[in-house]
Design a protein around this ligand. Structure first.
Ligand code: ADP
Ligand code: MG
Length: 675
């Protein structure tokens, strides 16, 4: 099996297991080596049989003097064996693993690791890990007698099986584990060479070595990421726009735009606008990420950028992930710009207007269609970047000649992460809310107060004309039927049992488009009091009458996700509220959720997510579209700093190191950049 070979092509068990292995991220044989253990079982103590004691975790090695299947009264099978070394004999017992008799035979030399228990006054080894010692592994057992790696498993793929594959793959491919990092980097940062690191992360001689291996591989992960980002940025800078936009020439028109706004821009918005203008006036195309909490006012910033494009005689396109949001943005931009003479087109799957002649086109991925007549595309704005793939951004880019790119996100990405991962983008952060926005009062509601909470909600609806979002638990990662079913059940319950006198509606991703639109419109126009919804729908809809957000099973979400959902209320001037429910009774979980009562700023919550839940959990979720690091951590700020510096330093020499360059080019790093 060569390292680059797709697992399925190896036939036999690999072919059968290919889809299971893919769940673990293992597609090629190489990926086995990068499926790192998350802990080790410590079976390093090899004991003589006469000296073992109940409760100890030990390894014993000796000759198998007997082994048999025994049927118990309840028709269960027990496997009983006896092992002898030069100091004595001990009994072994397994439960329901009759196949062991095909592997371990009488007179075999065996190695067994497990716990010693006392059974009817006798010492026995209970359900130990086992392997036969033969000439090949006499000095190196892999399942016993050492630090034994434990892996993330999936159905039918056990740690033991993975361990065997990893071991074999390392043995057979040593030549391909030659280091791609230059020796001087290894020396300077005191790093293990690649082969040793791979071997020691899986089969460490000591925990210290496992730690060294982890250091080396974490360094790799972040260093390669930084190099690849740096490379992209450099390549991007080599592009030239067809025309830098003029700014001072259109000073008056821009003034007029500002004077028509019903509000003054925040300091953060002003800063972002000036950064964007600077980019638009340069000869390289802009590639900027605008990050800001929901409600921080990104749309108007995009609006002025598109207006500047228009003034310069260029078209803009505004790509938006969903129909509903597209409609909403269309209205906003139409309000801002039509009266200034800007012709606005609209394109979604179901509705198209002015697509042959427009200055600004607003729409979903339907804007990629060949039917649309792009004549002079100068600026691309992408909202909620995580929902658009790299390919879609590449397609839209080709509709113009190196157009400027503005990507907007409400995903609260911690600054460090943004700089590492999206270092090829320039970053503007809206870290301030428009004035007069009230802080959303947030409570974690204990289960015994649920009833009171419902009466309070009823009260708010009748006395304040409040509207309420109720977000149902998130059952699976993408919106499956299961999630929809749970939402429907909750909806029926609320409608019939709790709020029989109110208008309750249900919204989920499996509804037909027209249906969704109708329900949302109804809610937006205050014709419904309560909207029960699954978590994945429409993060950005603007319903000014909604002042109460209820989130069920809050423990299933990261803080920043909770924050994003909470951001759907509080968009009008009224005091808004967020009620969080959880069935969990774990102290840490409750503490974590309670943070929401205190902190009201997305990036800060994201930073906390990193610390509290760990990057795996936070960034693993598909919603964020942020790649999962296999071994390094976005919370390891000092390593991020170190690798960033080294990448900066080393970059000019990169071309002299073909294997490293190849590694970077082959690396499947998820990027939000447009190419
Ligand atoms: P988001 O960043 O979530 O896309 P929007 O652009 O939709 O936020 O803005 C949210 C609301 O805030 C809109 O109704 C918008 O008109 C309003 N808004 C934007 N900027 C300001 C400001 N500086 N002062 C007051 N209201 C603002
Ligand atoms: Mg928005």
């Amino acid at each position: 099996m060569n390292l680059k070979m797709p697992v399925g092509e190896a036939g036999g068990i690999f072919k059968r297991y290919a889809s299971r292995l893919e769940k673990l991220g293992i597609k090629r044989f190489e990926d086995f080596l990068y499926h790192f253990p998350f802990r080790y079982e410590n079976y390093t103590i090899i004991s003589k049989i006469e000296s073992v004691q109940a409760g100890e975790l030990v390894t014993i090695q000796g000759i198998l003097v007997e082994i048999e299947n025994i049927y118990t009264k309840k028709w269960k099978k027990i496997q009983k064996a006896k092992v002898r070394d030069e100091t004595g004999e001990i009994e072994i017992i397994w439960f329901n693993q009759p196949f062991i008799l095909n592997i371990l035979k009488k007179d075999d030399k065996v190695s067994l690791s497990g716990k010693i228990s006392s059974y009817l006054g006798k010492l026995v080894v209970e359900s130990p890990e086992y392997e036969v010692i033969n000439q090949e592994n006499a000095y190196k057992t892999i399942h016993t007698g050492r630090l034994v790696p434990i892996y993330r498993e999936t159905y039918g793929v056990s740690s033991k099986w993975l361990r065997r594959q990893v071991y074999k793959i390392i043995q057979e491919n040593r030549n391909d584990l030659k280091d791609y990092l230059p020796q001087k980097i290894l020396n300077e940062h005191d790093l293990l060479d690649l082969e040793t690191a791979i071997e020691q992360i899986h089969f460490p001689d000591s925990l210290t070595n496992a730690g060294k291996a982890r250091e080396r591989l974490s360094f790799d992960e972040l260093f390669l990421l930084q190099l690849s980002v740096k490379k992209k940025k450099t390549e991007w800078k080599e592009n030239l726009t067809s025309h830098p936009f003029l700014i001072t020439k259109y000073k008056n028109q821009i003034e007029q735009f500002w004077s028509k706004l019903p509000f003054e821009l925040t300091r953060a918005q002003k800063k972002a606008v000036s950064e964007i203008f600077k980019d638009l006036g340069a000869k390289n195309p802009m590639n900027r990420l605008l990050e800001g909490d929901v409600g921080s006012g990104k749309t108007v910033v995009a609006g002025i950028a598109m207006y500047l494009a228009y003034l310069n005689g260029f078209q803009s396109v505004f790509m938006i992930p969903t129909d509903i949001l597209a409609n909403q943005h269309f209205q906003t931009i139409d309000n801002l710009l039509s009266s200034l003479g800007v012709k606005i087109g609209f394109a979604t799957g179901s509705k198209k207007q002015n697509i042959q002649s427009f200055d600004i086109l607003i729409g979903t991925h339907a804007v990629l269609s060949d039917k649309i007549n792009y004549q002079k595309l100068g600026l691309v704005v992408v909202d909620e970047q995580q929902r658009f793939g790299v390919e879609q951004r590449a397609i839209i880019r080709k509709k113009g000649k190196n157009p400027h790119f503005l990507t907007m996100t409400a995903t609260p990405i911690p600054r460090t992460v943004a700089l590492t991962l999206y270092g090829d983008l320039d970053l503007s952060i809206l870290d301030e809310m428009p004035q007069g926005r009230k802080k959303i009062k947030t409570w974690l509601v204990p289960p015994e107060k649920r009833k009171n909470a419902y009466s309070w909600i009823k009260n708010q609806i009748s006395s304040e004309k409040s509207q309420v979002f109720i977000i149902c638990p998130f059952i699976e990662e993408s919106e499956s039927l299961k999630t929809v079913k749970a939402a429907r059940k909750e909806y029926e319950f609320l409608k019939n049992e709790i709020f029989p006198d109110l208008t309750v509606e249900l919204l989920h991703g499996k509804l037909k488009h027209g249906e969704k639109e109708k329900i949302l419109k109804k809610f937006k126009n205050s014709k419904a009091d309560i909207l029960v919804s699954t978590p994945v729908v429409e993060v950005g809809i603007d319903v000014t009458g909604a002042t109460i957000m209820v989130i069920e099973a809050a423990e299933r979400f990261g803080l920043s996700q909770l924050h994003q959902m909470r951001g759907r209320v509080g968009r009008g001037g009224k005091q808004s509220y967020c009620l969080l429910f959880t069935e969990s009774t774990r102290e840490e979980t409750l503490e974590r959720i309670k943070v929401m009562e205190r902190i009201n700023f997305g990036a800060e919550l994201a930073e906390l997510d990193l610390k509290l839940r760990g990057p795996g959990e936070f960034y693993g979720t598909a919603q964020h579209g942020i790649p999962h690091l296999r071994i390094a951590s976005f919370s390891d700020f000092s390593l991020i700093e170190k690798t960033k510096k080294e990448a900066e330093n080393f970059f000019p020499q990169l071309k002299n190191y073909p294997s490293l360059l190849g590694k970077i080019e082959s690396k499947n790093i998820k990027q939000i950049s447009p190419d």
